[in-house]
Design a protein. Structure first.
Length: 237
């Protein structure tokens, strides 16, 4: 019902109405690029089949991908080293990386504090953890949280709405998905918050013009901190 092409059409419409707005994916890419240098050592946490590192892995000294899903790794589109593993048991020495990326990862973690602790271990002082994750303050996420009580229905509904393969619909926990919770985790695990901001996007239910206009109205009515996504940059102290 809402393939990516249609969603991008409405995103272009939204960008025309809000000069300066960019999608969360574009903002994540831009923030990542600003932190990269030719000598960077980068870990893509939850890399899946490729993600944002498809754009960067050839430009840095070291890039490594880690994901718990072996099927996704076997279909990777990038040539960087890959390993199957978990975020709270990273198979790397301390201070091995300058940058860790977490694109659509935090929402899936049952123990985000343990993962953030190990991310801090493999980052050197001054290293960055850049992430993008849903914001559960947004009403769209209220519905998704309700769907967790009916996982069989959700596994059917998400592929039908967005064209995503059922095998790519993973369980979410949302245990690090408000600005307040993320800031608390940063302090607990020895990070400073360089930036953390919500990004609005009214296109996730833009099945047609009427839904798009309803989404615009909703974004207008919501408090400023309730944008559907959270983009963060934590720095290891």
């Amino acid at each position: 019902m809402l393939p990516l092409e249609k969603q991008n059409h409405y995103r272009d419409r939204y960008a025309a109405l809000r000069p300066g707005w960019r999608s969360s994916g574009a903002e994540f890419e831009s923030l990542t690029r600003r932190c990269l240098a030719p000598k960077s050592r980068v870990l893509d946490l939850g890399c899946g089949r490729g993600g944002v590192m498809e754009l960067f892995w050839r430009e840095v000294m070291l890039s490594v991908g880690l994901d718990p899903d072996l099927d996704s790794l076997s279909e990777s589109r990038v040539g960087m080293p890959l390993t199957c593993g978990l975020g709270h048991e990273l198979p790397f020495p301390a201070r091995a990386f300058d940058l860790v990326l977490g694109l659509w990862v935090l929402e899936h973690l049952p123990r985000p504090e343990a993962v953030l602790a190990d991310v801090g271990r493999v980052l050197g002082p001054g290293g960055h953890f850049i992430f993008l994750t849903p914001n559960v303050l947004h009403p769209l996420l209220w519905a998704n949280r309700l769907g967790q009580s009916l996982p069989a229905l959700q596994r059917r509904l998400v592929p039908a709405l967005y064209g995503r393969a059922p095998a790519d619909t993973f369980r979410v926990h949302y245990r690090a998905n408000t600005p307040a919770r993320l800031r608390a985790l940063a302090v607990e695990q020895g990070f400073s918050v360089k930036s953390l901001r919500p990004i609005p996007d009214p296109t996730y239910l833009a099945f047609n013009e009427a839904f798009f206009r309803a989404g615009l109205l909703l974004e207008h009515l919501l408090p400023a901190g309730w944008g559907v996504h959270l983009l963060g940059d934590f720095v290891r102290m």
